[in-house]
Write a protein of this length. Structure first.
Length: 147
């Protein structure tokens, strides 16, 4: 997927189409979403609303391929606000330790997970939460060892 054809209905493993279906979920359930981990279960229901039945990359049970869209579609604006606040809190803690090497490592790991989350969904997988935990804990432990 390139910038000029971002609106295309093919490419990116069907991500653009998947995101369109996700947006239909958000529009239909903006406050509380479709329920935790229900994006795949409710995916087919919203393909017609998005006008994408039978389109490239569209088949039942698709993963949202974006952690922010996943949270917004599944938990609504309430869940998205809490999730964004959680990530902001972690970022602020990591930013405090930015001047030591462990802090830089933590920030890099944090940014990797967030940027990866723009095109993948690891929310319900242990590596995402282990990585986020390590990103948060490494600089704090390193600082405590120095003190």
């Amino acid at each position: 997927v390139t910038i000029p054809n971002l609106g295309a209905t093919h490419g990116g493993s069907g991500r653009i189409n998947i995101w369109r279906v996700g947006w239909e979920m958000v529009k239909a359930n903006p406050v509380i979403g479709v329920g935790l981990q229900n994006f795949p279960a409710r995916f087919e229901q919203y393909t017609e609303a998005a006008g994408l039945s039978g389109a490239y990359g569209i088949y039942p049970g698709r993963d949202p391929h974006n952690i922010f869209l996943a949270v917004w579609a599944e938990l609504g604006i309430i869940g998205l606000t809490i999730f964004a606040g959680f990530l902001w809190h972690i970022f602020k803690k990591l930013y405090y330790y930015r001047f030591n090497s462990s802090g830089v490592l933590g920030l890099l790991l944090f940014f990797f997970l967030v940027i990866f989350g723009l095109s993948g969904t690891l929310l319900y997988k242990k590596p995402f939460w282990i990585g986020l935990s390590l990103a948060t804990v490494i600089p704090i432990v390193a600082q405590n060892e120095r003190d």
